[in-house]
Design a protein around this ligand. Structure first.
Ligand SMILES: Cc1cc2nc3c(=O)[nH]c(=O)nc-3n(C[C@H](O)[C@H](O)[C@H](O)COP(=O)(O)O)c2cc1C
Length: 193
């Protein structure tokens, strides 16, 4: 099986623990016969949020990924459609980054890689985080969805009775992994039959 390269971008929304859980799951899901290679980008906004939301610092989060790119590096391989990426997730996706994706405004590597993911018709999952949503954000979500992105709100379910934050996170991460077509048992399903 060819290597599956997944781009994971952290922007400055609240929800860094979702990103940590996804990066950990992607690291653990890969195997010798079905390898997964993660490419991480962290915006300056995310770097501001990380210390307030996670016991893991930036370096420890970067260590969960296989390749780390600078958000300013518009010459990175993942800025080109010729790079054989499987999919991209922006988690958390801030209102600002969502707006860039919706408009095709590509002034940093996160927005450029997302634009490339859309134009190449590859899966792009936006784990948006804001509450409540503004009208511009609602419009941008519709535009991004029309362009091919999946809007996946950081909105955990409760039917698997999460009794701690880790379990709550896993429910959202499992759905993201499903959207990437990565077989997983990261959280219980409602029914398997
Ligand atoms: C602690 C903290 C929490 C934030 N939470 C959110 C959020 O949930 N959603 C959002 O859209 N912006 C949030 N922001 C604001 C963004 O970080 C800010 O708009 C930033 O410019 C986004 O830039 P980026 O998309 O390039 O990361 C938060 C900022 C801080 C400091």
């Amino acid at each position: 099986m060819p290597i599956r390269r997944v781009i994971v971008a952290l922007s400055g929304g609240s929800g860094i623990p979702y990103a940590v859980d996804l990066l950990t799951a992607l690291r653990d899901l890969g195997s010798a016969s079905a390898p997964i290679e993660t490419h991480l980008i962290v915006t300056n906004g995310a770097k501001q949020v990380i210390p307030t939301e996670s016991d893991l610092g930036l370096k420890a989060i970067e260590a969960l990924a296989d390749v780390v790119h600078k958000d300013a590096d518009l010459g990175a391989g993942i800025a080109s459609g010729s790079f054989r990426a499987h999919a991209m997730v922006i988690v958390p996706c801030s209102a600002g980054t969502l707006a860039k994706v919706a408009l095709g405004f590509t002034d940093n590597l996160v927005s450029r890689a997302a634009h490339v993911t859309l134009k190449e018709r590859r899966p792009l999952v936006l784990v948006v985080r804001e509450a409540p949503y503004s009208r511009p954000m609602l419009q941008n979500m519709l535009s991004a969805s029309d362009a091919g992105a999946v809007i996946m709100p950081a909105s955990p379910g409760f039917y698997h009775r999460p009794d701690d934050v880790a379990t709550l996170l896993r429910g959202v991460t499992a759905r993201v992994l499903d959207l990437l077509a990565l077989d997983n048992d990261h959280a219980p399903r409602w029914k398997d039959d």
